[in-house]
Ligand binder design. Structure first.
Ligand code: OAD
Length: 232
C-alpha cells in the first residue's frame, strides 16, 4: 500500500503508561485514588477548590519524574521527518509528546502546564503550584485561576481543527486509548466515513476496536516505533 499523505494520530493515556503515568480506566475508574466527579468536573472544583488545586499540583510536579518513552519519541521523529502531514491530537494532559520531539500537538483535554483565569479568560503557562490565593497574572483576581484541564461537561479544545483534519486525512491512527470518552471515541468513524484507512495500536482490544480497519495489540513502546519506521 502506498504511503499516506496526511495522517491524523489520536493518543490516550496508554502511550504514557510505560513512562510511569497511570491510565484512567485500568485504575478502576479512579484517577490517582480520586473519583472523577471530585477532581475532574467544574462542580468538584466549586465544592472544594483547595483539594482540586492540590490534586493537579501533585500531577504537575509528577511530570518532573517522568520521561518520554520510545513511542513519544517515534511520533516526534514522524512529525519532523515524514514527507506528508501529521496532525497529532492527544487526550493526555502531560507534556511527554513535546519532550519526545513533537512540535505541534493539539491537547484537546488541556494541559497540566497551563492555567487560565475564570474571571478574565487569560491563559498562561503554569509550571509551579496553583492555589486559591494565586492571583491571575492579567487581571490580578485571586481565586480566578484554575487548571487548564477540560473537565467532564466542558468542551474539548480545537474541535474545528480536529474535525477538519479527520475529514481530509487518508490515515487515522489511534494509540493507547480506551475509546470510552466522546468526542474522541467517535473520531475513527468520522475519519472512516470520509474515506480514511483506520488503525488502532493498543495494548489490548479497546471498546472501539471493531470500528478500525486494522488493529495491532501490544505495548506502545514496541508498536509505535514498528509502525513509524517504514514511513520514514
Ligand atoms: P484510558 O485509561 O481510558 O485507556 C487507556 C488505554 O490504554 C486502554 O485501552 C489500555 O488498554 C491502553 N494501554 C495501557 N497501557 C498501554 C501500553 N503500554 N501501550 C498501549 N496501550 C496501553 O485512557 P484514555 O482513553 O486516554 O479525560 O481516557 C480518555 C479520557 O478519559 C482522558 O483524557 C481523561 C479521562 O477521563 C480528561 O481528563 C478530560
Amino acid at each position: 500500500m502506498s504511503n499516506p499523505q496526511h495522517i491524523v494520530i489520536l493518543t490516550g493515556a496508554g502511550i504514557s503508561a510505560e513512562s510511569g503515568i497511570q491510565t484512567f480506566r485500568d485504575a478502576g475508574g479512579l484517577w490517582e485514588g480520586h473519583a472523577v466527579e471530585q477532581v475532574a468536573t467544574p462542580e468538584g472544583f466549586a465544592a472544594d477548590p483547595v483539594l482540586v488545586h492540590r490534586f493537579y499540583n501533585l500531577r504537575r510536579a509528577a511530570l518532573r519524574d517522568v520521561k518520554p518513552n520510545a513511542a513519544h519519541i517515534a511520533l516526534g521523529e514522524l512529525q519532523a521527518e515524514f514527507g506528508g502531514r501529521v496532525t497529532l491530537v492527544t487526550q493526555n494532559v502531560d507534556d511527554l509528546h513535546e519532550r519526545g520531539g513533537s512540535k505541534d500537538v493539539i491537547h484537546m483535554h488541556g494541559e497540566l502546564l497551563s492555567a487560565f483565569c475564570t474571571a478574565c479568560d487569560h491563559h498562561w503557562r503554569q509550571a509551579e503550584d496553583l492555589t486559591v490565593e494565586t492571583p491571575c497574572p492579567a487581571c490580578q483576581t485571586r481565586g480566578g485561576p484554575r487548571p487548564d484541564i477540560v473537565w467532564f461537561g466542558e468542551m474539548p479544545y480545537e474541535m474545528d481543527r480536529i474535525e477538519y483534519a479527520l475529514q481530509s486525512c487518508d490515515l487515522f491512527v489511534s494509540i493507547g486509548t480506551s475509546g470510552a470518552v466522546y468526542p474522541a471515541a467517535g473520531f475513527v468513524q468520522l475519519a472512516h466515513v470520509h474515506g480514511a484507512r483506520t488503525l488502532e495500536l493498543n495494548l489490548e482490544p479497546s471498546q472501539g476496536s471493531a470500528f478500525f480497519s486494522e488493529t495491532r495489540h501490544g505495548p506502545a513502546t514496541r508498536l509505535v516505533p514498528e509502525w513509524v519506521a517504514p514511513l520514514l
